[in-house]
Design a protein around this ligand. Structure first.
Ligand SMILES: [Zn+2]
Length: 127
């Protein structure tokens, strides 16, 4: 294995892989919070980082047939969700190129920790 390039996202609201805590997506990239994944509730997300994809396949989802590929964390290979490659139904075209992230597979960085860090730095500057 070569070196693994891990991309970091600007905080404070970032989703991490629940398994290895590497950044997965920015909170700002959420298009919908009420999607259904294969294992439960999921997010529809416009951009994901640090991922690899499996082979494309036709899959029948709640909203009809789509060509999708599974999305894995590039760091620990955990399944995170899938990516829409193509939607057959005209009304579902907006999903093409978007990602579904299973809520059970990612976690939000706790804002409290970040704010504490900022507060701490600020207090150092102010004295
Ligand atoms: Zn991971």
């Amino acid at each position: 294995m070569g070196l693994l390039f891990v991309q970091s996202l600007p905080g404070p609201k970032v989703f991490m892989c629940r398994c290895c805590k590497v950044d997965s997506a920015s909170h700002d990239a959420i298009l919908s919070k009420s999607f259904s994944g294969r294992y439960g509730p999921a997010y529809l997300i416009s951009r994901v980082v640090n991922f690899t994809v499996g082979p494309s396949e036709d899959r029948h989802l709640l909203t009809g047939w789509h060509i999708v590929c599974d999305v894995y964390c590039s760091c620990c290979q955990q399944l995170l969700g899938w990516k829409y490659e193509k939607a057959y139904d005209e009304s579902q075209k907006y999903k093409e190129g978007r990602f579904v992230l299973e809520k059970a597979r990612v976690m939000k960085i706790a804002p409290g920790i970040f704010h504490f860090r900022v507060f701490y730095l600020r207090s150092l500057v102010v004295g």
